[in-house]
Write a new protein. Structure first.
Length: 67
């Protein structure tokens, strides 16, 4: 494999990884929305989850981070 072929292959892989990263960031953001469930200007818990139910959701949000 020539240097040019190797560079082209690596450039393609980098671009594919960037596309994958962007897609994953978008999916994380979409996953956060139903968990946060904002019904107005503030997080108002419009679905009425209990504190016990919100615990796992908060841990999921913490793992998802700020996308």
């Amino acid at each position: 494999m020539t240097d040019a072929e190797l560079i082209a292959r690596q450039a393609k892989q980098i671009e594919e990884l960037r596309d994958e990263r962007d897609d994953l960031k978008e999916r994380v953001q979409r996953a956060r929305l139903p968990i946060i469930c904002i019904g107005g200007p503030l997080n108002d818990n419009k679905l009425g989850y209990t504190r016990e139910q919100m615990g796992p959701f908060q841990r999921i949000l913490n793992e998802l981070g700020d996308a």
